[in-house]
Each structure stands twice: as structure tokens, then as C-alpha cells.
Design a protein around this ligand. Sequence first.
Ligand code: HDL
Ligand code: ZN
Length: 411
Amino acid sequence: MSDFSIAEAVHNAFENHAIVDIHTHLYPASMGELYLAGPDELLTYHYLKAECSRMLPEGVAVDTFNNMPTTEQADMIWQQLFVGNSSPISEAQLGIVTVMNRLGLNPRAKNLSEFRAFHKSKTPEEYTDMVFENAGVASVYMTNDPLDATEGPMWQQGIDIDSRFKAVLRLDSALMNWPAPADKLRAMGYNVEDCLSDKTFAELRRYLTDWVQKMDARYMAISLPPDFAYPSEDSITQMMGNVVYPTAHELQIPSAMMIGVTRQVNPLLKDGGDSLGKWDIANLERIARDWPDVNFLITLLSRENQHELCVTGRKFPNVHPFGCWWFLNNPSIIREITAERLELLGTSFVPQHSDARILDQLLYKWTHSIGVIAPVFIDKYESLCAAGWPLTPADIQRDIATMFGGGKLLD
Ligand code: HDL
Ligand code: ZN
């Protein structure tokens, strides 16, 4: 047994450590319309839009609701999912309640006027400082896309980025559904061809290299469908093998693959219309084997892939599982995934990322995650002591700081 309270030491370790959040869709206030915060953005998060699409008022069609102006949509979501006649018990609904409580607001308010007034009372910079401080977050990794019509010009013109926001080069728009991206890339000066030629691959490697350097991107990321196969003649596989992995190797930065998303199974729900599928993890074995000097940050969307991802991590030291992504970011599943990862991988993984899109979400996504992750760590440390290891609070502080500080690959 330990001569100190393990539970207290674990809670202190989280209290004393400011989190590095390695995957989000957050942007600093300097990025203008990309910076999203406050009640209207929070309530119209696509998770809540999907849930409200199931509980619409009589006579309101799903596509009518999903095409509403943001403020009107936020008011309807507030009425249907919060004021209405059922408890806000889903994870996304609970999240809003947590945010409002942490901001000192009344979650049983009849409308959003108090929250809107509170949000308006602070500048974006003040709101950012308050949320980071209250959430215990040190820094967040963004999702950056040079081909995005709004974001691309910001980088071209030069922009000041708050040092708490780290860049990540996101590749979906440049590499998926080839040759759809070709015109945009040519307009940026990359002489790609519509066919998958060596010239196209070389120009795309130049695009990746240029933009990793321009953004000081810490890794490259792409989301891939459950039928992504390697090797294969599919264009996306050709892109990964001839462009992404060689560039990751040359620049010595991780290649993050987020696999299992089936985009737009219901387009009526717009950004809430995506779903998931199980991936054949034998593809990862072949990728990791072919590219032993590339570090792969991997997060998979299907619960059924999680145990085998841990086993694949045991086989390949360059496979780095991270986070409980999207439909897995729910307490019951976070608990299960974290336990099996500790049992199979020890501390060599990154337990969680928030995937936050709206700044205020940091206030609940981390509170809820740590609320289920901490007891898993407590249980494992108690087993360690029971096995006879003379554990100290400093050991626990070190482990938490490493695993929630970006892991071995990121800082
Ligand atoms: O592709 C991704 O990075 C996903 O996280 C999507 O953005 C998804 O819509 C999401 O927000 N999941 O939480
Ligand atoms: Zn994401």
C-alpha cells in the first residue's frame, strides 16, 4: 500500500499540469471569423444540431432547421434540448451545462440573453485568456488548411498567431478526391497534373514542405475513410505513399491519420452528417512496416478498432495512438479505451484531445475527460503499489505531465 493518497496525488497532478491539446479546430482571435466562441456558436455545434434534428418542434423540417441562421438555430436548440421537456443528459448537452456553470451562468435560464451578454462583455483576447485559465489548458493544436478560402489568404498576407495556438497542416482538401483539388493548387503555383504522375507527386511534396515551413506546422494530418487501403492503386493511397509519408520522413515530423470517417451519410445535417466505419488495421501494419522512420499519430473512429490499435502499437514503436475521437469522446468509451491502452501500452500514448471547435468547449471537454480518466489512472497506480512498487507523488506528476503534455512527439 502507498503512504500517501493516490487519488489525491492524481487529482493534484492534473491540477498542477496545464494540458497540451494535440487536436482541435480552434483558432486565435487574430484569425477573425475563424475564431469561434460564445453561446450561439456553442449551441449550434454540429453535435447539438444533430441531436436537435431528432427533437424538432411540430412542423419544422430537418433541412429547414439545419439551414436556419445561427442565432435562430441556437434559440431553437436551447428551447428544444434545454428548456424543453427532457433533461439535457447527452454528452454534448451535459457539456453546455458544465460550460455555463464554470462561467457562473444559470443553465436553467429560459433563453440565452444572460450568456450572450456575458460573452459580449469580454474582448476575444480576454475570453481566450479566461477559458484557457479556467480549463487548465496551456496550448492547443489547430487544424490549418492553406486551401481554405478564408484561412489561406491570412497565411499568405502574414498573420500574428497567439503562441498558445500551434499549427498543423491538414491535407484533406489537397489530396482527397483527386483531381478535384488540382485547379486550386495550380492557382497557388504548384504545377500538378490531373493524372497521378511523378510531377504531380513532386509538386505536392513541395506544397507540403512549403506550408509546413510557412506555418511551422508540428505535424501533418488527414482524415481517411474506413475503406482506405494500403497498398492500393486508389488515388489517396498513391498520395499517402508518394507524397505524405516521404515528406514526413524528410522533414522528420509526424504523419497523423484519423481513420474511419464516412463523410456526409446524411447531407441534410451538413457538418453533422458524417458517420463512421471500422478500418482493416492490417493496413496500418503494412504502413508502419514500410515506413519505420516515420512516426504515425493514429486515432481511429470505430470503437471496434481500439483494442487492435493498442496491439498494433505494441508491434510497431512508430505507431502512436492518440485521443478518443468524436463518437468515442463519451465517458463510457473513454474509460474503456484508456484502461486498455494503459494495460497494453503503459504510458506511451496520448490519452485524449478535445477536438474543440468553439473556444468555450475547452471548459467541458477536458473537465469531462479528466473526470473519467483520473479514476482509471488511480486504479492502475493502486495495482502498481499492490504489486510492491514504492510509488511517489512525483512519479504520478511526471507521468501525467508527459501524457497530457503532447506525449513523446509533441510539446
Ligand atoms: O475531421 C476531423 O478533424 C473531425 O474531428 C471532424 O472535424 C468532426 O466534424 C468533428 O468535429 N469531430 O469532433
Ligand atoms: Zn477534428
